[in-house]
Design a protein around this ligand. Structure first.
Ligand code: ADP
Ligand code: MG
Ligand code: ZN
Length: 627
């Protein structure tokens, strides 16, 4: 570890201090008048023979000056030669006598008076002793301890002792060999990050027209999709230093350590610009402050760290070429303050790869693996929807290990199959593997939603359809993009929403003649909306404008369940019937729509099953029945 600038300053200051102290000690010892220690009896003898000029009394000692020639020469001492060299030697006339405890002060004073010795009392000034014991030794000990700690830093497990100073472990300025070639299957994210690389390489180009280079880039995506890998690749491509720090490392014992680390990190980064500061697992520090729970200490610590991070982000200027990247798989828990423009104002989404992406990742990771001729990575990719890059890397590795254990010359398809089973078992249903039939159903279901959404008059346009499993319940997903923010919905808009929700189920029914459990969530939401139409929005002729709900005051609702119903049993039945009628009516409408477009539905579903995710132009064309 190269000591950083401020550390070097601290070191030299400490050394200078020690040297100055030593020199001054030496000087005082050399230049102080020399003295001899004489016994009390000798002192009395000198006093009574009038050979003493003056004395100073302290409690324990008498120091004095004898008349010339009265004292014996002092014994030789180290440093005599130096003293001779410094100046002509003078006769030693100063003496020191240790007083006998309990000696009669009165008599001594009287005797001094009779012999006309000039005398004075003196408070024992132990200046040099004080300096030695009060300063030099404690200071020396402190310096020793401090140097000991400094040595532990950087190498030791005693992280807490470093108090936020830089450490290898944290600021990993690796030889970055990672490039975009090491990342596959996440082309959209890559394309966005290419721009960041360019910012780092040619900041001038972008500032020429007055633009501001983004400060923070937040990489968002499920675990194992390659977020950390991408951040490294950006640094590797741009050929700049890479400071990395994991949010979880901020969870420290001492409040303030995290904040100190952040400060230190940015201080270093500014020295090394252009560079990338990468904060992995940002959610560990960036959790919403208001909703944060946990014991008080931990909470405080995180809040301080977060505040420091915000302050640092505001306090530097991205034109210097420091770009902050952060990764999280839980963007929804992040504090809003982090996502504000001027902080992490760019978001790059890294999704789980679709089938072609998975094949590319498998290919990438089997570069170094000896594959048997029969191995078809495309088939493996097709079998692993919902797998993230890390899972796929794992599969390749497992397969290679399995083949090696069986002492095969190369990795065969059977090994991959077994590896998939193992990895799936390890994933414990975190991502499920769908059978071919199931994927077929999901594809038709999702296309049903999408097709209805494009066919009705008031639905938000569909921008993406996927059959890659995500989250806990969804096997597929149809994303609709609202064209504007909606605060009000008209009746026909609500009806069309319900229609879109029912589209999935109706499509299954049309194609397979029976329905699956996959529409469970859709039906729940559709029913909810229909019920709101009847009971809250007054959109049903039969029940009129009245609203129906619980009688308990508003503020009591929710927490303890509902209050009493404020309507009769007859009304309750009417509501149920009306909800049912709305749903039935809408289902008929959807059935009509989809029957008319069944060919489009089947074709689009087949395409979706093949590519797993559809968006943009291809999706639009498929839904329009072209191509
Ligand atoms: P994350 O940070 O998103 O949780 P990582 O970047 O740590 O995921 O990925 C873990 C490992 O999985 C990587 O080191 C790499 O070997 C592999 N991996 C993940 N995604 C990809 C990808 N898109 N391309 C190639 N390898 C990947
Ligand atoms: Mg990571
Ligand atoms: Zn659905």
């Amino acid at each position: 570890m190269k000591p950083r600038f401020s550390q070097r300053i601290q070191f030299s200051l400490a050394y200078a201090l020690v040297v100055v102290l030593l020199l001054s000690l030496l000087q005082s010892w050399l230049l102080a008048p020399r003295s001899v220690e004489i016994p009390y009896s000798k002192f009395l003898e000198l006093l009574r023979t009038d050979r003493i000029e003056k004395v100073a009394l302290t409690e324990r000692e008498i120091r004095g000056m004898a008349k010339p020639g009265a004292l014996p020469a002092p014994p030789a001492q180290p440093g005599d030669r130096l003293r001779q060299w410094l100046g002509p030697e003078e006769e030693v006339r100063v003496f020191a006598v240790t007083r006998i405890p309990g000696v009669d002060e009165q008599r001594l004073v009287a005797e001094l008076e009779t012999h006309k010795v000039e005398f004075a009392g003196r408070i024992e000034t132990t200046f040099w002793k004080d300096l030695l014991f009060g300063w030099v030794i404690p200071l020396g000990i402190m310096v020793a301890i401090w140097m000991f700690l400094m040595r532990r830093v950087g190498g030791g497990p005693t992280q807490a002792l470093s108090f936020g100073r830089s450490k290898h472990k944290i600021y990993d300025r690796k030889e970055l060999k990672t490039t975009f070639n090491d990342v596959a299957g996440v082309d959209e994210a890559k394309a966005e990050l290419v721009e960041i690389v360019d910012f780092l390489k040619n900041p001038k180009k972008y500032q020429r027209l007055g633009g501001r280079i983004p400060k923070g880039v937040l990489v968002v995506g499920p675990p194992g999709t390659g977020k950390t890998l991408l951040a490294r690749a950006v640094a590797g491509e741009a050929d700049v230093p890479f400071f990395t720090l994991s949010g979880s490392e901020f969870v420290e014992m001492f409040v303030g350590v995290g904040a100190a680390r952040v400060r230190d990190l940015f201080e270093q980064a500014k020295d090394k610009a252009p560079c990338i500061v990468f904060i992995d697992e940002l959610d560990a520090i960036g959790k919403t402050r208001a909703g944060a729970s946990g014991f008080v200490g931990g909470h405080d610590e995180r809040e301080q760290t977060l505040n420091q991070l915000l302050a640092e982000m505001d306090g530097f200027d991205s034109s210097k070429g420091v770009i902050i990247m952060a990764a999280t798989n839980r963007p929804e828990v992040l504090d809003q303050a982090l996502l504000r423009p001027g902080r992490f104002d760019r978001q790059v989404v890294v999704d789980k790869p679709e089938v072609r992406g998975r094949e590319a990742i498998l290919r990438l990771h089997s570069r170094a693996v000896v594959l048997a001729p029969g191995v078809d990575l495309a088939v493996i990719a097709a079998r692993t929807p919902g797998f993230a890059g890390a899972d796929l890397a794992n599969i390749v590795n497992e397969a290679a290990l399995l083949a090696a254990r069986k002492e095969k010359p190369s990795v065969e398809m059977a090994d991959f199959e077994e590896a998939i089973d193992r990895v799936v078992a390890g994933l414990e249903k975190k991502s499920r593997v769908l059978s071919d039939k199931e994927r077929d159903i999901v594809a038709h279901h999702e296309m049903g939603h999408a097709l209805v959404a494009t066919s009705v008059a008031h639905a938000d346009p569909v921008h993406k359809v996927t059959i890659i499993p995500r989250g806990v319940a969804a096997l597929g997903m149809t994303y609709q993009l609202p064209t504007e923010d909606r605060f009000l919905l008209t009746r026909s808009e609500i009806e069309d929403r319900i229609a879109v929700m029912l589209g999935g189920r109706v499509a299954e029914e049309l194609v397979y003649g029976e329905v699956s459990t996959g529409a469970h969530n859709d039906l729940e939401r559709a029913t909810e909306l229909a019920r709101l139409m009847v009971t809250k929005y007054g959109m049903s002729e039969r029940l009129g404008l009245a609203t129906y709900g619980e009688r308990a005051p508003l503020f009591l609702r929710g927490a303890g369940g509902g209050g009493e119903r404020d309507y009769s049993d007859a009304t309750a039945r009417a509501i149920d019937e009306e909800v049912r009628a709305i749903l039935d009516r809408t289902q008929d409408r959807v059935r009509g729509l989809l029957t008319a477009k069944k060919a489009v539905l089947v074709h689009a579903a087949a395409e979706l099953k093949r590519v797993e995710t559809l968006d943009g132009e291809p999706l639009k064309r498929l839904l329009a029945g072209e191509s």
